[in-house]
Design a protein around this ligand. Structure first.
Ligand code: UTP
Length: 480
């Protein structure tokens, strides 16, 4: 915009105030008079991009979190699950490999979360994840992609979603590590959007006198952000039509899995729009989303939405009827994501009651709440699943592909994930005929093994590795 036509600060203030008043949110400007020009600029810039229409709809729908399941239990049916032992895997594998080598596949990792449970100071992808060398999560994925490129000779660009809160720190980290040998052009950062946190009566909260309390708009924000950043258009120009999607917290993920990609593209149960990997739930109370059928659509229900008696229902053999636990690994077609982005409605927003520090309007000071005081809204990527004409659900092995780092300790922590990484490497070594020390048949391996994806992406590739050890002592530490 030309400087002579740029509206003055006062003019922008007037318009913003009018707009905020119309939506009952003008309290955001409470401290305007006490701000200097640069802080006024700050606040206006945030106000001008507020999705007030959307917020109004959300607040009108229900000001508080919706804790009641919106689904009628009679509607919920089990989902059909594709399992590899019933398949002609060679055919799908060959197809997936061809997709990769012809440059049709990109990776997409969502790394914009705040990692509050882990309590790590910095982007979660910088967290030291591997059992011996403590390589950060980002490096594990980078090595997987590099190894896949070497093996299948595809380009495999990597789209990495950050949030405005960690965008700079994430980029700096990659630069400091020379993009983990992938090359600067391969790693493509795009920032997700944010949404304001609301008080329980639907008012936008302030983080300071000149800033709104914003939270990233959830992993579901990836679709809008991929479109808005020009990433989908870039993929189209480059001939990428399929995305391998995964989260930043699971170091066991196969970043590029040709079998899954081949199934996504050609299996009769897939419309090639979105496919998902699942693992059998550990037990009825495991807190993971569950794939089900609802009104003739495949959906993911949050664990709290699946009634207990359905969660506990079993087949004759004792297996859970609703066993398909979501592990947030998907294949998406680029066209499908573009269609959702173009639709304009976006994915539905979910609300969660959270503790959010915010400014008390009468005293002007920050209040650190001791109990949840705010509603955070987020979109979830799995809400794309029912939008697809048909959506394939493929079961994989938890011990091969899923060991997330979510918590500082206990379940799904670095300790449990590192054990799982080491155990997987141990199983692969044993399949190569190497004897490893175990307490008992089937018990835990007493050695700790760190296996880089650059050494082997699977057990068969490990078998070709020339320098595998043959005598492994109790408690040994092995880096491969
Ligand atoms: P989680 O649901 O585990 O959330 O994210 P989180 O923010 O990382 O952790 P907590 O809940 O604060 O402890 C699952 C995945 O989705 C990404 C995360 O980075 C992680 O890969 N995510 C989540 C985003 O990219 N953006 C978001 O707004 C939320």
């Amino acid at each position: 915009m030309n400087h002579t036509t740029m509206p003055s600060l006062q003019e922008r203030y007037r318009k913003t105030k009018e707009r905020l008043e119309a939506f009952g949110q003008s309290h955001i400007l409470t401290f305007w008079e006490s701000l200097d020009d640069s802080r006024r600029e700050n606040l206006l810039a945030q106000c001008e991009t507020l999705p007030l229409e959307l917020l109004k709809r959300e607040i009108a729908a229900s000001p508080e979190t919706n804790t009641k399941s919106p689904f009628s239990i009679v509607d919920i049916q089990p989902v059909s699950i594709v399992r590899s032992h019933l398949l002609d895997t060679a055919k799908y594998l060959a197809l997936g490999e061809k997709m990769i080598s012809s440059g049709r596949v990109a990776c997409c990792t969502v790394a914009g979360g705040q990692g509050t449970r882990l309590g790590w100071n910095g982007p979660k992808g910088t967290f030291p994840a591997t059992p011996l060398l403590q390589k950060p999560l980002f490096q594990v994925f980078a090595e997987s992609i590099l190894a896949a490129r070497r093996r299948w000779h595809g380009n495999i660009p990597w789209y990495l979603m950050t949030s405005p809160l960690n965008h700079q720190a994430t980029q700096d980290f990659f630069r400091e590590h020379n993009w983990f040998e992938l090359g600067e052009k391969t790693v493509r950062f795009f920032a997700q959007g944010t949404l304001p946190s609301l008080s329980l009566d639907g008012k936008i909260l302030l983080a300071s006198h000149d800033s709104i309390a914003l939270n990233p708009d959830g992993h579901g924000g990836a679709i809008r952000a991929l479109a808005a950043s020009g990433s989908l258009a870039e993929m189209q120009r480059e001939g990428v039509d399929t995305l391998s999607y995964f989260q930043v917290d699971n170091p066991l993920v196969k970043a590029v899995d040709p079998l899954f990609l081949g199934l996504h593209t050609a299996h009769p149960e897939s419309s090639s729009e979105v496919s998902s990997k699942v693992v059998a739930k550990r037990d009825p109370s495991e807190k993971v989303g569950v794939f089900c059928r609802l009104h003739n659509r495949t959906v993911v229900l949050e664990y709290s939405d699946l009634p207990a008696h359905l969660a506990e229902a079993t087949h004759h053999d004792g297996g859970l009827i609703h066993s398909a636990g979501s592990i947030a690994i998907h294949a998406f077609s680029r066209d499908f994501l573009q269609r959702i982005a173009d639709d304009g409605h976006g994915l539905p927003l979910h609300r969660a009651l959270k503790k959010v520090a915010s400014i008390d309007l009468s005293s002007g000071i920050v209040i650190e709440p001791t109990s949840p005081n705010a509603i955070k809204m987020e979109a979830f990527i799995f809400d794309a699943v029912p939008i697809a004409r048909q959506s394939m659900v493929f079961e994989t092995r938890r011990d091969e592909e899923f060991a997330p780092i979510k918590n500082a300790d206990g379940e799904d922590s670095a300790a449990t994930s590192q054990r799982a990484q080491s155990e997987r490497a141990a199983r692969w070594m044993e399949s190569c005929g190497i004897k490893l020390p175990r307490d008992e048949e089937g018990g835990e391996c007493s050695a700790t093994i760190e296996l880089s994806p650059l050494t082997a992406l699977d057990a068969a590739e490990l078998a070709q590795c020339a320098n595998l050890p043959h005598n492994v002592a109790i408690g040994a530490k092995i880096v491969l």
